[in-house]
Ligand binder design. Sequence first.
Ligand SMILES: [Zn+2]
Length: 337
Amino acid sequence: MHHSVGVLDLLNSQQYESLSPSVPIVSSQWSEDPSQTEHTPEDISAPKTKLLLSKAAQNALPVGENLLHRQVNDSVKCPYCDQDESVLHLLFKCPFAAKTWQLAPTTTTLSPLAIIDVKDGIRLANSLLCLPPTGLNAGPISPWIIWTIWTARNKLIFNKQKTSPEEAILLALVRAKEWQSAQSTLEKICSPTQPLIKPPIPMNALTCFTDAAWKDDGCAGLGWVFMNSQEQVSCEGSSCVLSVSSPLMAEAMATLAALCVAVESDLKTIQFASDSQMLVNALNGKLSSKELHGILYDILELSANLSFVSYSFIPRNFNRHADALAKEALNGLIIVT
Ligand SMILES: [Zn+2]
């Protein structure tokens, strides 16, 4: 298994605070081009890239300019070119980003000069189509380019490791291909005929209750509560997201969010509990769900950081605490436009 960049990079770079109650995650607007409508972001990109794009679209990535606003850092300069570092600059205007976009093997080339704001840039980027030899015609490359620009920036700042635009575009293509092949691998993993092996639950395991509240406009509140074996709450949290395709997806996002918290807090043995029988079945490989493929991949990848993980069903009335947190997050949703 390859080294998990992605979500962990976000955690390492403190990006992950997006899942705290005070900072709602708001989805970006995607291409309205009718030819793209069959590929919604949920289908074609990993939820972790979706979270990143969401943060980018609401200008909430912890780049220099935003950090200065919040007075948590006095460095506001782009690590590449020493200009003020805004999300727009980082993802599109910086010479590093511009060169990376220019190298993308797409049918048309993105011209960063024409981009007026981040949402505009994401929309334009999402309409780029890969040229046939890349074998990526099934989905856009743009989420992976944005992801790579972001992680390259963090590598430069935190590890003093420089990535060239040529390396960046290769990484983006590799990640996009890995993602696509993971979809077919996952199809096999999630085959309902696979026998289920249940390891015993360790004595010191925490139980993490997760729940989601979903409205038919796509808004969702996510809630999670970690409890120790003495039934004391050791940690709880909530978040809200937009453009969530279904209640089932919202339940899965709650699990992913809680798993991120577990990894961030270095918790190693967790039994997750959800009142969604469908989600639990999907997580245990007893149900194949096309809708959940992407997020299941992220959950499986991230759970490799734990020494023990299990997913169990609990009746709804045992899940009131997480349910209340999810509802509270949904009701408190602030939509950033
Ligand atoms: Zn720059």
